[in-house]
Design a protein around this ligand. Structure first.
Ligand code: BEZ
Length: 217
C-alpha cells in the first residue's frame, strides 16, 4: 500500500500536544515536563546543512529575544542525527556568528515527526515538512502551520500570530485581517438577543454593524 511505512498522526488545533521523549542539542527532553508555564513554538525543518533551513533556523535564532519576551521557548526538529545537528550548529556559528541557542530534536527514528504529522510523504518520504506548532502553557495546540520544502516561512508572521494568540487570550477579543499590535481589535459578537439589541442601539464609529464592532486595547 502506498505510504504504508509512514503512519502519520495529524494533531489538530485544540488538541493537547502529544507527549514524547527525545534527544536534543540541549540534552534529553520529555515534552510534558519541559519549560512548565511557558508557550512553546515547535518547528520542523527538512534537513541540516540545507540552504532554506539554514536561513529559517538563523531567523529563529536571531529573533529569539522576541520569543523570550513572549514567554516562549523554541524547539526545533529534523530527521537528522545529533551529530549532524551539532556539526550544523557549529558550522553556521563559524560562518555567520549566528548560534542556534535552543533545543533541536534529533528525530532520527521519526517518532516525533510521525505523531505531529510532520511527515507528508507526497511532499517528501524522507524529510519532515516545515511545520510550526504553537502550544500554550497548558500544552494545548493553538495554531498550526505547514509549509512545503521549497518555501521558507515568514518570521514576522510567526511572531505576529504568537503575539496575537496571547493578546486574544488576555483581552478576550478576536483579531481582524492583518492585525498588528497597536491596531483595533474585534469585540466578540453578541451571544443573545439582549446583547444584540445593545449593539444595534450602540452609536460608535467603531461599529460597522451589530456583529462587527472594534475597539482599542
Ligand atoms: C532547504 O532547506 O533548502 C531544502 C531542504 C530540503 C529540500 C529542499 C530544500
Amino acid at each position: 500500500m502506498e505510504n504504508e511505512v509512514i503512519v502519520n498522526q495529524m494533531p489538530r488545533i485544540g488538541d493537547i500536544a502529544p507527549d514524547f521523549e527525545a534527544v536534543t542539542t540541549k540534552g534529553k527532553m520529555k515534552f510534558s515536563d519541559y519549560a512548565p508555564g511557558k508557550w512553546k513554538v515547535m518547528f520542523s525543518h527538512p534537513a541540516d546543512f540545507t540552504p532554506v533551513c539554514t536561513t529559517e533556523m538563523s531567523g529563529f535564532a536571531t529573533r529569539k529575544g522576541e520569543f523570550d519576551a513572549l514567554n516562549t521557548e523554541l524547539i526545533g526538529l529534523s530527521i537528522d542525527s545529533i551529530h549532524a545537528h551539532l556539526a550544523w550548529v557549529n558550522n553556521v556559528r563559524e560562518n555567520t556568528g549566528v548560534y542556534f541557542d535552543f533545543p533541536i530534536i534529533a528525530d532520527i527514528d521519526m517518532k516525533v515527526s510521525k505523531i505531529y504529522g510532520m511527515l507528508q510523504p507526497n511532499e517528501s518520504e524522507t524529510a519532515a515538512v516545515r511545520a510550526v506548532f504553537f502550544i500554550d502553557p497548558s500544552n494545548k495546540i493553538r495554531l498550526i502551520m505547514y509549509y512545503p520544502l521549497n518555501v521558507g516561512r515568514n518570521m514576522d508572521e510567526i511572531i505576529r500570530v504568537l503575539n496575537g494568540l496571547q493578546v486574544s487570550d488576555k483581552n478576550a477579543v478576536a483579531l481582524p485581517l492583518n492585525w498588528v499590535p497597536g491596531e483595533k481589535v474585534i469585540v466578540p459578537p453578541p451571544k443573545n438577543l439582549d446583547e444584540m439589541q445593545e449593539r444595534v442601539d450602540m452609536d460608535s464609529e467603531d461599529k460597522v454593524d451589530f456583529y462587527l464592532v472594534k475597539k482599542d486595547l
